[in-house]
Design a protein around this ligand. Structure first.
Ligand code: ZN
Ligand code: ZN
Ligand code: FE
Length: 749
C-alpha cells in the first residue's frame, strides 16, 4: 500500500529531509520525500504496521531545530518504488510553510572552526544543516539555495559533494560554503576604501579593537558597532559620536565564564544565553559592572550580555579575549543598517568596517530577553526567534493584516489558525523607518503569497501605521479596515498566546495609547474577552504639558501633577521638579495647565513613573525611552516595606495623596520602594472583586522590579512569554481582535 504523509511545522531548513531519508533506510522503506510550500511531503509504500512504526519514529526522533504542528496520513493510489529518494521542491499551492529563523553556530561547526586540520579552519561563514543564517538571507519560500542570497556563490566540488550527500551533516545546508567558494571578508576604512589587505582580516580587526578603534562589523541581520568593552575611552568615543549619552550598550562575551565575570546568572538565564537563539539577556550586573567601565550602562543595576552566535564573532572574541560592546548600527530612530550604503550614514561613528559579500536580505536586530522569577519575558523578538508563528485559539475566516503600533513596531499576518509575527521593526519616527516597515509587510506578503481581506490598525489617528493602513485600503477598496483600542490589543495578545477563552481581568500598564474618549490611556484595568472589553478602572487623568514633549520630559509630567495638587502655589515650591524649569517656563506652563493648552489628558502609568522620577530628582529629561523606569529600578530596596495611600472611587484611582506623601520622603530608595508597592496594592484592590484570570500587559511591565512584585503577590498572573509585553506584541492582539467582527456566530474553542 502507498501512503502520503504531510507534515507541517518547522520542517524546512532544519535537516528534515535527510532525517527522513535516513529513517526510511533504517526502516527499509521505499518512496520519496520533498519540500512543498506548506511543509514536507513523504510518499512511502509499505504495510500499515510499517507505516505506524515509521510515523512514530518521525515524531519521536525529530531533528533539533524542527517541530511538527500537524502530521496527516492518507492512503493513495498504490505505487512501486525501487529505492528512497529526495525529490526537488514543489513550489505550487498556497504557501504556509514556516520561514526558518537564523540559528547560532552549532557545537560541531565550532569544533571544526578551531580545528587546524579541518578544511574550514578559521572560515568565518562555516555552517551546516543544524546551524547558521536562514531568515536573514531568504528572498522567498521554499527555503532553497536559489531563493537565498547564497545563490550568487557557486559551490566548489568539495562543498557540492557534502551538499548532495543525504548522509552528510551538510546535506542541503543552503548557506554552505568554504574558503574556496563561499563569502569572504573585507576590511574597509570609514571613507569606503579598502585600505589594507591584511593576510588575516580577523587578526587586523582584533589589533584595531585593542587600539580602541570602533569597527562596524557585518553580522547576521545587520551591522554592529563594536569596540573593546573594557576600554572606557573607546566607549566614550562611541557614545559621543553616536550621540547616545546614557542608553545602555549590550556586551558580547566570549563564553559563559566571561559572562559570569560581569553578570549574576541563574540557571534559566544561562539556558537563554547559551540557547541556539542567543538573545541579549538582561542580567543583574555584578558589583556595579565590576571589570567594565560604568559607561557601558551608566547609573543602572543591570547589564545586557550575549554570547557570540556567528562564527565570525567567535573568531574575533577568541583572539581578543576581551568583552565587546556590540550595539546595532543604525541612525537614531532608523532601522538597523544591512548594507554599506545604509552604513555610510554612520560614517563619522566608526573607524573601519569589517564587510562581507553575503547580502543581508531581511534585516533583523538582536533579540532581548529577561528572566523574572521563573518567567522568561521577551522584550524584543527578532534574530533567532523571528518570524514566528503563533497558534490562535480559533480559526480565522479572513486573511488579516495587523499593522501594529508606532513604537517597537511589528506587523502580523493571520490566516486559518495561525498568526505570523514579523521581527522587531523599530519605531516609526522617520521616513526611513516607515519605508523599512512597509518593506517588512511586503516581505511577509510575498513569502506567504498573502493578500489581506482585513487590515487592522491602532485607533490612534496619527500613528504612521494607521496612515499606512488607510493608504493601503484606499488602493485596495475591497479590503476592510478595522481599528482597535491599543490596550485592548495588549490584553488580547496575551490571551491569544496563552490560548485563553472566556473573560479575563486585564491590567495594561503602559506608556500612552489612544483611548476611546480621545485621551491618552495607559493605566487601565479592563475586563476583556474576544468580543470586546469594559474599562472598569483607570488612573485618574492628568495633563501632559506640551503633549508629545511630555513623553520625553518627566519634569513636565511631575509639574502638571504638582499643579493638580497645589495650583499656583507650585510656582513658589522648592522641589527638584520646579528647579528644573526657569521662572518664565513655570509661569507659561501654569497658564497652559490652567487653560488646557496643548495639554492632553492621560491616565498613563508610564508617565506616572516619569513624574515620580522627576520629583525624586532621578531624571528630569530622558535621553532614551524607558530611562526613568530603569533608573527607579536601580533605587529599589527590597528591605523596605509599606506603601502609600491612594483613593479608589467609581473606577478612578486618585494618586495625588501618594505624591503628597512621597514629597515628604527624605530617602529616594524609601520613596521608590513604597511607590512600587503602591502599584501592586492598586492592582490588588481593583482586582479583588473579580473571579477572573489576571492578565498583565503593556510596556511598564518590562520593569523587572514591578513584575517580580506583582508575581510575588499573584503567582498565577499571566504575562506573554513568546511575544513582548510592550508594543511589539500589539500586532498579535490586533489579529485576534478582528475575530468578532467577522466570526461572532462562530464558537470559540
Ligand atoms: Zn553547524
Ligand atoms: Zn566550497
Ligand atoms: Fe502600548
Amino acid at each position: 500500500m502507498t501512503y502520503r504523509i504531510m507534515i507541517e511545522g518547522t520542517v524546512q531548513g532544519v535537516g528534515f529531509r535527510p532525517f527522513i531519508y535516513q529513517l526510511a533506510s533504517q526502516f527499509k522503506l521505499n518512496g520519496t520525500v520533498h519540500n512543498g510550500v506548506q511543509g514536507v511531503e513523504i510518499i512511502v509504500s509499505c504495510s500499515k504496521e510499517e507505516l505506524e512504526g515509521f510515523t512514530q519514529a518521525i515524531t519521536r526522533r525529530l531533528p533539533p531545530l524542527s517541530s511538527i504542528d500537524t502530521l496527516e496520513v492518507a492512503q493513495i493510489e498504490s505505487r512501486d518504488f525501487s529505492d528512497f529518494q529526495i525529490l526537488k521542491s514543489d513550489n505550487s499551492g498556497e504557501k504556509t510553510a514556516r520561514i526558518p529563523p537564523d540559528v547560532s553556530i552549532c557545537s560541531e561547526c565550532e569544533k571544526e572552526l578551531f580545528d587546524p586540520s579541518n578544511r574550514r579552519y578559521g572560515y568565518p561563514f562555516i555552517t551546516c544543516t543544524h546551524c547558521g543564517v536562514r531568515y536573514s538571507i531568504i528572498y522567498d519560500l521554499p527555503y532553497d539555495r536559489v531563493n537565498t542570497s547564497m545563490k550568487f556563490f557557486k559551490m566548489c566540488k568539495a562543498c557540492e559533494e557534502e551538499y548532495t550527500n543525504p548522509l552528510d551533516r551538510r546535506y542541503h545546508a543552503q548557506p554552505i560554503g568554504c574558503w574556496e567558494c563561499g563569502p569572504t571578508l573585507k576590511l574597509i576604512d570609514n571613507v569606503g576604501r579598502v585600505p589594507l589587505i591584511p593576510t588575516n582580516e580577523i587578526d587586523k580587526v582584533v589589533e584595531l579593537l585593542s587600539e580602541g578603534k570602533i569597527i562596524a562589523v557585518k553580522g547576521v541581520g545587520g551591522y554592529h558597532l563594536m569596540c573593546d568593552a573594557t576600554n572606557e575611552e573607546a566607549i566614550l568615543k562611541l557614545r559621543e559620536r553616536k550621540q547616545r549619552p546614557a542608553k545602555p550598550f549590550a556586551v558580547m562575551v566570549k563564553d559563559m565564564e566571561m559572562a559570569r565575570e560581569f553578570g549574576e546568572i541563574n540557571t534559566l538565564e544561562e539556558k537563554l544565553l547559551t540557547s541556539r537563539e542567543r538573545p541579549i539577556v538582561l542580567l543583574q550586573s555584578k558589583g556595579n559592572h565590576k571589570g567594565l567601565p560604568l559607561q557601558v550602562a551608566p547609573n543602572i543595576s543591570r547589564i545586557g550580555l550575549f554570547l557570540p552566535y556567528a562564527p565570525l564573532h567567535l573568531l574575533i572574541l577568541d583572539k581578543l579575549q576581551h568583552p565587546l560592546v556590540a550595539t546595532s548600527a543604525n541612525v537614531t530612530d532608523e532601522p538597523i543598517c544591512t548594507n554599506l550604503e545604509d552604513l555610510e550614514k554612520l560614517q563619522g561613528v566608526y573607524d573601519y568596517v569589517l564587510e562581507h559579500n553575503r547580502d543581508i536580505v531581511n534585516g533583523c536586530d538582536d533579540s532581548v530577553v529577561m528572566v523574572v522569577g521563573e518567567q522568561e519575558v521577551i522584550l524584543r523578538r527578532a534574530r533567532g526567534y523571528a518570524p514566528v508563528s503563533i497558534k490562535l485559539p480559533f480559526t480565522l475566516k479572513e486573511h488579516v493584516l495587523a499593522m501594529g503600533a508606532n513604537q517597537k513596531s511589528t506587523i502580523a499576518i493571520g490566516f486559518e489558525n495561525q498568526a505570523i509575527l514579523s521581527p522587531h521593526i523599530g519605531d516609526l519616527d522617520s521616513i526611513g523607518s516607515v519605508e523599512y516597515y512597509e518593506k517588512n509587510i511586503r516581505t511577509l506578503e510575498r513569502m506567504y503569497g498573502f493578500q489581506a481581506d482585513v487590515i487592522v490598525h491602532d485607533k490612534h489617528p496619527y500613528y504612521e501605521s494607521t496612515k499606512v493602513a488607510i493608504l493601503r485600503q484606499a488602493q485596495e477598496p475591497m479590503t476592510e479596515l478595522v481599528e482597535v483600542q491599543h490596550h485592548y490589543a495588549h490584553i488580547l495578545s496575551v490571551m491569544a498566546e496563552k490560548q485563553l477563552a472566556g473573560k479575563v481581568f486585564g491590567v495594561a500598564f503602559d506608556g500612552t495609547g489612544y483611548g476611546d474618549d480621545g485621551n491618552l490611556w495607559g493605566g487601565e484595568f479592563m475586563v476583556c474577552d474576544y468580543e470586546g472589553y469594559e474599562r472598569v478602572a483607570h488612573l485618574n487623568y492628568f495633563k501632559l504639558l506640551g503633549g508629545d514633549k511630555a513623553i520625553k520630559e518627566p519634569r513636565r509630567v511631575a509639574l502638571s501633577v504638582l499643579f493638580d495638587l497645589y495650583g499656583e502655589e507650585t510656582l513658589a515650591l522648592q522641589t527638584p521638579t520646579t528647579k528644573a524649569f526657569s521662572e518664565v517656563e513655570l509661569r507659561t506652563y501654569f497658564t497652559a495647565w490652567q487653560k488646557g493648552l496643548n495639554a492632553p489628558l492621560s491616565s498613563s502609568l508610564g508617565r506616572l513613573f516619569d513624574a515620580v522620577a522627576s520629583l525624586l530628582d532621578v531624571c528630569q529629561v530622558m535621553s532614551f525611552e524607558g530611562e526613568s523606569g530603569i533608573l527607579l529600578e536601580a533605587l529599589y530596596d527590597d528591605s523596605i516595606e509599606g506603601y502609600y495611600g491612594f483613593e479608589y472611587k467609581e473606577g478612578k484611582i486618585d494618586f495625588l495623596s501618594m505624591i503628597e506623601t512621597l514629597l515628604t520622603e527624605s530617602n529616594a530608595s524609601v520613596a521608590v520602594s513604597k511607590f512600587f508597592h503602591t502599584l501592586v496594592e492598586m492592582i490588588a484592590v481593583i482586582y479583588a472583586p473579580y473571579d477572573l484570570p489576571l492578565v498583565l500587559s503593556g510596556g511598564v511591565f518590562q520593569n523587572r522590579v514591578l513584575l517580580a512584585l506583582v508575581y510575588e503577590r499573584f503567582p498565577e498572573a499571566m504575562i506573554s512569554n513568546a511575544i513582548p509585553p510592550n508594543d511589539g506584541g500589539i500586532a498579535l492582539g490586533q489579529v485576534v481582535s478582528s475575530y468578532h467582527f467577522f466570526n461572532s456566530d462562530a464558537d470559540t474553542k
